[in-house]
Design a protein around this ligand. Structure first.
Ligand code: SF4
Length: 289
């Protein structure tokens, strides 16, 4: 396995900065098309807590985000359409937004976060064409391969949809990253192992293994307050991570191994709020698997 920073450095010859953008404004799991209320763990920003100016046009979002890191020597960027479901837009609207990113010289690649049930043929055709212009990744929110858990977290699509979307992406040569949540209520270690194995079998190029965080602006808060959610302990989490990492092929790109919620809204587990400690733990894990 290779960390995403190493991977980008190899691909682009220097450090690149990923800038979070808001492209879409909702998702089918919130507006009633698939469900209401969203996935149980998702914050009100649609997991886009670090998008600084979500209501601005894409070009302005990029300008403001790049200005912030220029003093660190940043010259190249990955435009990351992070919040909500980035492909949940009419294809022409999406094209307009993506053009803003692909048209910029300082944007060397584009990453698009979405649900596997929001990749119709016209969008896939478009992404395939864009991927010939600049490196392009699709991020799929799988969370779990256990359909019983998927029902509980209100994911609102069966795992087969992920498997089918992955097959389409592979066929079109569009690399994809799979987002998995560890510690979902009721899940056993075997469930989580099975989820990682499913992603590997589907030929995911990259992976995000994310600790379940209970955020005060997510529906999970109520379940937590009722005592229906047991946050993972720190040692338990890192020992599980060690096992899961051992299942990954050597060329899998590791994008994230921790939670990514805002510290301001974090209710539990509080130990993960110490980012410095988390980074040290993860580095130790990667260097001594
Ligand atoms: S995780 Fe994605 S699909 Fe689920 S509610 Fe949040 S934005 Fe919607």
């Amino acid at each position: 396995m290779i960390t995403v920073n190493e991977y980008y450095k190899k691909l682009f010859g220097e450090k690149v900065y990923k800038i979070s953008l808001a492209g879409g404004h909702t998702c089918p799991n919130r507006d009633g098309t698939k469900g209401f209320g969203g996935c149980i763990f998702c914050s009100q920003t649609g997991s886009g807590d670090f998008v600084p100016h979500p209501s601005l046009p894409i070009n302005e979002q990029i300008d403001l985000a790049t200005q912030k890191v220029k003093n660190k020597g940043a010259k190249k960027y990955i435009a990351y359409f992070q919040s909500f479901t980035a492909t949940y837009l009419p294809s022409e609207v999406l094209r307009e937004k993506l053009n803003c990113a692909y048209g910029r010289e300082d944007v060397v690649g584009v990453s698009i976060a979405t649900r596997p049930d929001c990749l119709p043929d016209d969008i896939l055709d478009m992404l395939e064409a864009y991927s010939r212009i600049k490196p392009t990744w699709v991020e799929l929110g799988l969370q779990t391969a256990n359909d019983k858990t998927a029902l509980y977290i209100n994911r609102c699509y069966p795992t087969q949809v992920y498997i089918d979307a992955a097959r389409e992406l592979v066929k079109r040569n569009i690399p994809f990253v799979t987002h998995i949540i560890l510690g979902l209520p009721g899940e056993t270690e075997e469930d989580m192992i099975n989820t990682v194995k499913t992603a590997v079998e589907c030929k995911t190029q990259g992976i995000k293994l994310q600790l379940l965080q209970i955020l005060s602006d997510s529906p999970l808060k109520e379940e937590y307050l009722k005592g229906n959610v047991r946050p993972m302990e720190e040692d338990e989490y890192y020992s599980l991570l060690r096992k899961l990492l051992s299942l990954l092929p050597e060329d899998t790109v590791i994008h994230r191994l921790t939670g990514d919620g805002s510290k301001k809204t974090l209710l539990a587990p509080l130990w993960c709020g110490d980012k410095k400690r988390a980074i040290n733990k993860i580095n130790a894990l990667l260097n001594h698997p």
